[in-house]
Ligand binder design. Structure first.
Ligand code: GLN
Length: 305
């Protein structure tokens, strides 16, 4: 398996030239665009890795399923789904795309920024420091890594250049979808996006989602199986943003991307996979990362379809 992964890294390295690293904040534009790494944890407990799998990068949007899990643990499915919907487009079957859409919770999902910002407000905690501490703790438990922490430089950059996310949050507030003060909610969101991880961390988190809520090895329960089913379904339909349909065809497993260059893939009952390659396509997904996952899926028959 290690050989197969090495081979795939070599085969896909060239695709890093076809993307660009995220530049919406200065701190992310500093990374080297040609890195590519993969780490895999299989259901027999074996670990495999190749390429730049030990590199640290920020989790970015891959924290969205973790925010959703924490909100579910704190409030249950009924409460959460009433506040942020689960539909990929949020539009009816005969929608005319040019029309102005009303913003309501049914038209959001937890994998886009607005939905994830609402998740931050649903997570329990007396202060926003408490909330982010609980998100960090859940991330460490899912990844089986106590050392996971926030990248302070990326966090400072997110906060300083977060005008778009601020605009989204104020819009949510004006539609009555956010109860708490906007800047407090954003504090949690910016810090959550800035959690520093490796491919191995993402593979571990993906494994728990693939294994109905239990960790590899110790088989310890971190979250109820019903919540992994909820999260995986949303990852399948919304996890790669407006590239989710194409990804479902080419790779065929629930996954989440982040603009830091990570992809976490969940192969139900079989494995968790973590990818790092920071050159992104125009939708914000890792170009070489998707190529590698597509080839891996073909070789190991991973598609659930
Ligand atoms: N921090 C990023 C943002 O909020 C996360 C987006 C992403 O990873 N796609 O814009």
């Amino acid at each position: 398996m290690d050989e197969l992964l090495e081979q795939l890294v070599n085969d896909c390295m060239g695709y890093t030239k076809e993307g660009r690293v995220a530049s919406y904040i200065p701190e992310l534009s500093k990374v080297s665009p040609d890195a590519l790494g993969v780490y895999m944890i299989a259901s027999d407990g074996k670990h495999y890795g190749a390429g730049d799998h030990a590199a640290h990068f920020t989790i970015q949007s891959i924290v969205k399923p973790i925010l959703l899990l924490q909100a579910l643990l704190d409030n249950g499915i009924e409460f959460v789904s009433a506040r942020v919907g689960t539909e990929a487009t949020g539009k009816p079957f005969d929608a005319i795309n040019v029309s102005e859409q009303r913003l309501d919770s049914e038209n959001l999902n937890p994998m886009v920024n607005m939905g994830a910002i609402v998740m931050c407000s649903l997570i329990h905690g007396d202060t926003y420091q408490d909330k982010i501490r609980r998100v960090l703790e859940l991330t460490r438990r899912l990844a089986g890594n106590r050392e996971i922490d926030i990248d302070e430089a990326v966090y400072a950059s997110e906060k300083a250049y977060g005008s778009k996310n601020r605009a989204l949050a104020y819009l949510l507030k004006s539609y009555g979808l956010l109860e708490d003060p906007v800047e407090d909610v954003l504090e949690c969101y910016f810090q959550a996006c800035s959690i520093s991880v490796t491919c191995k961390d993402l593979a571990n988190i993906g494994f728990v989602l693939a294994n109905r809520g239990r960790t590899p090895g110790a088989n310890e329960r971190v979250v109820p199986a019903a919540y992994t089913q909820y999260v995986n379904a949303i990852l399948m339909t919304c996890g790669m943003y407006n590239g989710s349909g194409d990804f479902a065809i080419r790779v065929g497993v629930p996954a989440k991307s982040g603009v830091g260059g990570g992809i976490m893939a969940v192969v139900p009952t079989r494995m968790g996979i973590g990818i790092y390659s920071p050159a992104l396509d125009t939708k914000g997904n890792s170009v070489a990362g998707i190529q590698l996952l597509e080839k891996l899926s073909q070789q190991l028959y991973l598609s659930i379809f």
